[in-house]
Design a protein. Structure first.
Length: 320
């Protein structure tokens, strides 16, 4: 089989790796464990695949993805929703692990998603996930404390809040240590945080959940995060351009940072004030500022430069 035709699809479950190759009819099943992953990687080396495509399944894929990167095999973790939409468009409504592996392979051949190496920032990503969990629990407990009437229950809730805040402080320290331990992360973190309005939370979020930052163009990075306005036109109907999709976890943190930037970042503040002065709704103006801030940060990492008002103004003024 020609290398250009070799697209491998893998369906990953807790127990198994189901493998299919486009056009060959060959199918394998390996255990989703160190021994099974090693056998799967050995099989892929024999096939010399252009791309191994698998769905991002909430962490079940990480060991497999890491092994592919170590073996130098091109790998593409893809959005499960997009793959299911592709399957429906092809009329493939049945769903089994074996079928899903074949669908992933055909998706790779048709769409040719970008190959991605296993992120070095995985430990940092897990710390960020834990930080988000602690903040979520803190918010819930503070809401319960506000509603509680029983004095003993209030004491119990307050004790849990104190413990959660202590753990959150520890995780924040661990995050800083993890970033400082890596020269690459440390430099990127320094560049990002040189931007007024960008703090440790947004910087760590971008490092862990947007590793493409600095390697894509302005249109691609905005679309990836979900801050690029998309048309909704059909026939003579002209719908409003709206933003949707993308990486919501990045977008939510970017939103909070942009709120700060509209007050304390001279470039973003001027852009926001100009849009509002033209009659733009504040929500639309803020979304536009999110996009501009992201594009500036992308340019900074691409050019390995710290924040600079003049350069950022030129980025702001560029046509999308």
């Amino acid at each position: 089989m020609n290398k250009e035709q070799t697209y491998v699809g893998v369906d990953i479950s807790k127990e198994n790796l189901d493998v299919a190759i486009v056009g060959s009819g060959k199918k394998w099943r390996y255990g989703n464990n160190p021994a099974g992953i090693s056998k799967a990687v050995a099989t892929f080396k024999d096939q010399s695949p252009v791309l191994v495509v698998f769905e991002a399944t909430g962490g079940l894929e990480l060991s497999f993805w890491e092994a592919l990167t170590e073996a130098g095999i091109p790998a593409a973790p893809v959005n499960p929703r997009q793959v299911r939409d592709f399957a429906k468009a092809k009329g493939r409504l049945a769903k089994t692990d074996e079928i899903d592996a074949g669908v992933n392979a055909h998706y790779g051949q048709a769409i040719q998603p970008r190959a991605q190496e296993f992120p070095e920032a995985q430990d940092l990503k897990e710390l960020m996930a834990r930080r988000s969990q602690l903040i979520e629990m803190l918010t819930a407990e503070k809401n319960r404390l506000y509603a509680a009437r029983n004095a003993q229950i209030k004491l119990d809730i307050q004790g849990h809040i104190d413990w959660l805040e202590s753990r959150l402080n520890d995780v924040n320290k661990d995050l800083k240590q993890a970033i400082d331990a890596s020269p690459a992360w440390r430099e990127k973190d320094r560049l990002l945080q040189s931007t007024p309005g960008v703090g440790p939370t947004l910087s760590a979020t971008l490092l862990t959940q947007l590793p493409e930052l600095g390697s894509l163009n302005r249109h691609e990075i905005a679309a990836l995060v979900g801050v690029a306005p998309l048309n909704r036109d059909s026939g003579r109907m002209r719908g409003k351009r709206t933003v949707w999709g993308g990486r919501s976890s990045v977008r939510s943190v970017l939103y909070m940072a942009t709120l700060v930037a509209t007050r304390h970042n001279p470039v973003i503040k001027a852009f926001y004030d100009r849009l509002c002065g033209k009659g733009k709704a504040k929500k639309l103006a803020l979304t536009a500022c999110m996009r501009k801030l992201l594009i500036i940060l992308n340019s900074m990492l691409k050019n390995n430069t710290s924040w600079n008002n003049s350069h950022s103004m030129s980025v702001i003024g560029a046509r999308d």
